[in-house]
Design a protein around this ligand. Structure first.
Ligand SMILES: [Zn+2]
Ligand SMILES: [Zn+2]
Length: 485
């Protein structure tokens, strides 16, 4: 069981600015220790616990009982107010303080910190809700340490890694900072498999090992997702979670890469589990034959490091977007489209790839989810049927062609490689639009929308397991006019 803490870069920067402030007069005088509390959600699974930063409270002088360059202690009332907030709303709590005198590697808890934590963590943790966790973290100039109190064993256990999402100090989109206590010393060990040697020339050994440590969910195994799943297997991703409720149909065989005539009627996830097992036997695969809206699929998806959205409708895309923001999971979402016009042989054809790094905007505030279409698509079948009979929604079959899927799927998979192992050199581009007629890819920059109901200040960023994924339900007989096509 690994325990990790995840921060969106905005909160991480705010925390560090407070904790490691320079002396006011610019001198090299000793600076005081500082402290802060982080209100956090939890992403709990069988293999891993992730504590998800949601909100930061920096301690002011009036919150402190003692403060010096070598010690810091909060007032009881201040701690009590944080605990009351967590207890009321179900949050977890991280107490963070600085060791401004600690430079270089190896920042860790002092013997006084340990004595305090052994004494105060068990009773303090008792004030939190049952599902919540109490963590303590210490930040030095160049390294840090963290641990949590585990109620079931009445012990203090190390946090292994801190993840910072978005552009951090080292210009990486995903920064992994090993803690001093959790660092096992052989993070860089292990040789690259012979089958990946030609990639290692591009990625480097550590870059290739980043891929092999990653767990990625591929949501949707249609024309796009089938390509994506196979490409990720060739890349050497360590664990793939394949999510799709459908079976292979004869009409899919023009675009389901690798699927055979004999696969007709089989679950897509099983077909691709077998195919990937033959191509890359080292890949761990979970085949989940249910919709992304199901609890089973959500539980598998939240246990991954990254999400690949290969869905063909706004309802599933809305759920993926929420999942990414709630659980602080980067989402690479892609779609293709062919629009035939009334004029003979005239059409538009292309696709787009979105990179959503929680803390830097989401699909909703970028305007890429049509809420009324999403509501229609997520409605129960009887309501959808009723609305179709009354002229809403559409059952028209959309055109789909293999080469378009191949281009867009490869653009999508390339983003994974950039995020995981080449991102210091290659910028994150939030949106790439491919025009298959003009044969070009346009990089689009996007301004974040602060009032977003999903990723904004009152949104669900870092909420984790606290509440079920919000699914809007269409009201029977009253579909919004924009559904009609
Ligand atoms: Zn300390
Ligand atoms: Zn947003």
């Amino acid at each position: 069981m690994s325990i990790e803490i995840v921060f969106p870069v905005g909160l991480w920067d705010e925390l560090n600015r407070h904790l490691l402030r320079a002396p006011k007069d610019g001198s090299d005088h000793l600076v005081d220790e500082q402290m802060a509390f982080v209100i956090a959600g939890i992403n709990r699974s069988d293999s891993r616990i992730r504590i998800l930063a949601h909100e930061i409270h920096t301690a002011k002088p009036e919150h402190l009982f003692r403060q010096s360059p070598a010690a810091i202690a909060p007032r009881m009332e201040y701690v009590a107010s944080m605990l009351a907030r967590c207890r009321r709303d179900g949050w977890s709590l991280i107490e963070v303080h600085s060791h401004p005198f600690a430079s270089g590697r190896g920042t860790t808890f002092s013997s006084i910190d340990w004595r305090n934590d052994r004494r105060t963590m068990p009773p303090t943790s008792g004030f939190l809700p049952d599902v919540a966790m109490y963590a303590s973290m210490v930040i030095g100039q160049e390294s840090l340490d963290a641990h949590v109190y585990e109620r079931s064993t009445n012990s203090i256990v190390p946090v292994t890694n801190i993840y910072v999402l978005g552009r951090g100090a080292n210009n990486r989109a995903i920064t992994s900072i090993p803690t001093t206590s959790g660092f096992n010393g052989n993070y860089h060990a292990g040789s690259v498999e012979e089958r990946h040697q030609r990639q290692e020339l591009l990625f480097g050994g550590e870059g290739q090992r980043m891929l092999s440590r990653a767990a990625i969910a591929v949501v949707g195994l249609g024309g796009l997702g089938s390509f994506v799943a196979l490409e990720l297997a060739y890349l050497g991703i360590g664990r793939l979670v394949l999510i799709d409720p459908d079976c292979v149909e004869k009409s899919n065989l023009n675009r389901l890469m690798g699927a055979k005539s004999t696969d007709i009627g089989r679950k897509k996830v099983e077909v691709y589990r077998d195919l990937i097992g033959a191509i890359a036997p080292g890949t761990q695969i979970a085949a989940v034959d249910s919709s992304i809206a199901s609890e089973e699929a959500l539980n598998y998806a939240k246990d991954c490091d990254l999400l690949m959205g290969c869905v063909d409708n706004h309802g599933a895309r809305l759920i993926l977007n929420h999942l990414a923001i709630r659980y602080l999971l980067p989402l690479i979402d892609a779609g293709t489209g062919i629009r035939l016009s009334g004029v003979k042989r005239s059409f538009a054809m292309g696709g787009q790839v979105h990179v959503v790094i929680p803390g830097t905007g989401c699909l909703e505030c970028r305007g890429f989810i049509d809420a009324s279409k999403a509501a229609f698509e997520l409605a129960p079948p009887d309501i959808r049927g009723y609305e179709r009979e009354h002229g809403y929604g559409t059952q028209q079959v959309a055109p789909s062609v293999v080469f378009l899927n191949g281009v867009v799927a490869s653009l999508q998979v390339a983003e994974i490689a950039y995020l995981l192992n080449l991102s210091e050199l290659i910028p994150v581009i939030p949106l790439n639009i491919y025009d298959a007629i003009k044969r070009n890819v346009i990089a689009v920059s996007i301004k974040d929308y602060k009032a977003c109901p999903t990723c904004g200040v009152d949104g669900v960023q870092g909420v984790g397991d606290l509440a079920p994924i919000h699914v809007p339900i269409a009201s029977a007989g009253k579909p919004p006019p924009s559904i009609a096509r």
